[in-house]
Design a protein around this ligand. Structure first.
Ligand SMILES: NC(=O)c1ccc[n+]([C@@H]2O[C@H](COP(=O)([O-])OP(=O)(O)OC[C@H]3O[C@@H](n4cnc5c(N)ncnc54)[C@H](OP(=O)(O)O)[C@@H]3O)[C@@H](O)[C@H]2O)c1
Length: 232
């Protein structure tokens, strides 16, 4: 099945964790800079994040008053006719994200994120009024699964309906785990920061299965190790 090429791009701790307070430690600041530099340099049709990451980075927990929106009774994809080719793809199975705009508004105008057109990937659990809200905001949405997002189906649609050839998978741990288990991560781009995470922090892939990669490049940049691997 034709799907986009997936590059999982993440900052990790020395012990392979990706969530938690270590990301805010001063020793991690340079890793974040390197991460954003690489993000800007990777040619892609945008980035995919899990609902929790999208909420933390962009929507800040905002949620629309659903009673204000007309329910949409069909469960079919909604694709607007102004597709831009550069997307912020939210894996949001139940439709929990409250967007204030249909594009990512980055105050620094970061070309890695700013202006990306939001695409919601939903399951049939999403409220019909949430669909009405997305349509009122002209936010395209696609369905992929009944209760959990079927990663392969979502990627098939992202390639064949939205034309995505390459997408960055940018966390967090849970969504990365779904992709790893579906065996659709073609490349890993990791910035390993000189920090150790807390015991409760989550790994690069939640609930992973074993798999192998080939090291393509390893270099030290600003006190971090930058690693690039490809699937064998
Ligand atoms: N180190 C880095 O480079 C980096 C990058 C990005 C984020 N982060 C960190 O990651 C943290 C969040 O990570 P996280 O692992 O807790 O959450 P996450 O992966 O961002 O989001 C998980 C949620 O996404 C939804 N989801 C994703 N794929 C799904 C699928 N196939 N089927 C069903 N639901 C799916 C579910 O939403 P529902 O809960 O709504 O069902 C799930 O609970 C943030 O705090 C952020 O700091 C780190």
């Amino acid at each position: 099945m034709k799907r986009p090429y997936i590059i999982c791009h993440m900052v990790t701790s020395l012990d392979g964790k990706v969530t938690g307070d270590f990301l805010g430690r001063p020793e991690c600041a340079a890793a974040c800079e390197v991460y954003y530099d690489i993000n800007r340099s990777l040619k892609s049709n945008g980035f995919i994040c899990g609902r929790v990451t999208m909420e933390g980075s962009f929507t800040g927990g905002h949620y629309p008053e659903l009673s204000e929106y007309k329910p949409v009774h069909h469960k079919t994809d909604y694709i607007s006719d102004d597709l831009t080719g550069f997307y912020a793809v939210a894996f949001d199975p139940k439709g929990k994200l409250g967007w204030r705009s249909n594009k990512i508004i980055d105050p620094d105008g970061d070309p890695g994120y700013g202006g990306a057109q939001i695409i919601e990937v939903l399951t049939e659990q999403a409220d019909e009024r949430y669909l009405g809200y997305l349509e009122s905001m002209e936010i395209p949405y696609i369905f992929a699964g009944e209760t959990e997002i079927d990663v392969e189906l979502a990627l098939f649609k992202l390639r064949n309906i939205l034309g995505c050839e390459t997408l960055l998978l940018e966390g967090g741990s849970i969504v990365n785990g779904y992709f790893q288990r579906a065996d659709v991560i073609d490349e890993l781009s990791l910035v390993v920061a000189p920090v150790v995470a807390d015991k409760g922090d989550k790994p690069l892939f939640t609930d992973s299965i074993d798999s192998g990669y080939e090291l393509i490049k390893a270099e030290g940049i600003k006190g971090n190790v930058v690693l690039n691997y490809k699937k064998k």
